[in-house]
Write a protein that binds this ligand. Structure first.
Ligand SMILES: [Zn+2]
Length: 324
């Protein structure tokens, strides 16, 4: 059995999956608001509650029977998805918009609370892993999972494993600069990261709204812009065209570097259905190849991708061997 936890600033969800990925139990709580220690305690209690629900030994009740030579573990593996990442320099959480986590060694603290190794991973990587193992990317060897929401993130999965990278930032394309700029796109909108013209500052949901506001003076959310475009509003259509072209340039850069077997879109803007019809053609001229056949698909797991991807952070072999 594998347990996944999706830790967010407002809610935390846990799922228990059987060996074939079948869902055995799922629980959701409001993320504890009493500081870091209460978050760790809350996750430990949530994991114990999920284990109770499927009839396993509660977390922390016994030393884990894991280690080389001992044989397959009877203790479920635990993966946690967080809105941030662990710094390879310090082993502590960085870049988290759930700021209570920043500076803490969440994996070690949870391992101590739960009595077994815990794997912590960025939520975009969990999204990509979930879609690769159980969603739109099933059967594809290399999957690039794209988050197009309030930010732009991404994760790379190859052969069923997250490609973490030397600096643990593989797939983080949102703060690359938008390529192939037109004169009107220089220097580009400022980004919270301190740079200007980042892909995130052009292609995220808020960036789409801001671009429409710069052109029309009217601030609308992306679903309203899409609805107006559908109804024939030419200014809204022009906004979506600019966004499509920018996203195509940005994604073509990913294809030229990684050439994934499949790209899966998640986040709020993955509901913009014109992207699936039109991105391939818009990207073609920017891809360095005479053939461009990469499928670009909508996610299949929706909001569940984070928790399911966290559960898949351990392969069966790694789990049986007791960790990294
Ligand atoms: Zn940026």
């Amino acid at each position: 059995m594998r347990i996944g936890v999706d830790l967010g600033g407002t809610k935390t969800e846990a799922v228990a999956l059987g060996p074939a990925g079948d869902e055995l139990a799922r629980l959701r709580i409001a993320t504890p608001s009493g500081g870091y220690d209460s978050v760790v305690r809350g996750i430990a209690e949530l994991v114990a509650a999920v284990e109770m629900q499927v009839g396993e030994t509660p977390a922390g009740a016994q030393a884990p029977a894991i280690g080389p030579g001992i044989g397959p573990s009877i203790v479920p593996s635990i993966g946690i998805g967080i809105p941030g990442s662990l710094s390879p320099a310090t082993g502590r959480v960085r870049n988290a918009n759930f700021t209570v986590l920043i500076g803490h060694a969440l994996d070690r603290d949870l391992a101590a609370a739960l009595g077994r190794p815990v794997r912590v991973e960025n939520d975009a990587n969990c999204f990509a892993l979930a879609e690769a193992m159980a969603g739109a990317g099933q059967g594809a060897d290399t999957v690039f999972g794209v988050i197009l929401g309030t930010g732009v993130g991404g994760g790379i999965v190859t052969a069923g494993r997250v490609l973490a990278g030397r600096n643990l930032i593989a797939g983080e394309w949102g703060h690359n600069r938008l390529p192939a700029l037109s004169p009107g796109e220089i220097p580009g909108p400022p980004c919270y990261c301190g740079r200007t013209g980042c892909i995130e500052a052009w292609c995220s949901g808020p960036a789409l709204s801001a671009d429409h506001a710069r052109a029309t003076g009217e601030t609308l959310d992306p679903p309203t812009i899409a609805a107006r475009a559908e109804a024939g509003d030419s200014a809204a259509q022009a906004t979506l065209e600019r966004h499509l072209g920018r996203l195509a340039r940005a994604l073509a850069g990913v294809v030229n570097l990684l050439d994934p077997d499949l790209i899966v879109l998640g986040g709020g803007l993955s509901n913009l259905f014109h992207l699936y019809d039109r991105l391939p053609e818009a990207m073609r001229g920017h891809v360095f190849s005479d053939v461009f056949e990469t499928p670009i698909l909508k996610n299949r797991l929706g909001d569940s991708a984070g928790v399911i991807g966290a559960a898949w952070l351990w392969s069966d072999e790694e789990h049986a061997e007791g960790g990294r």
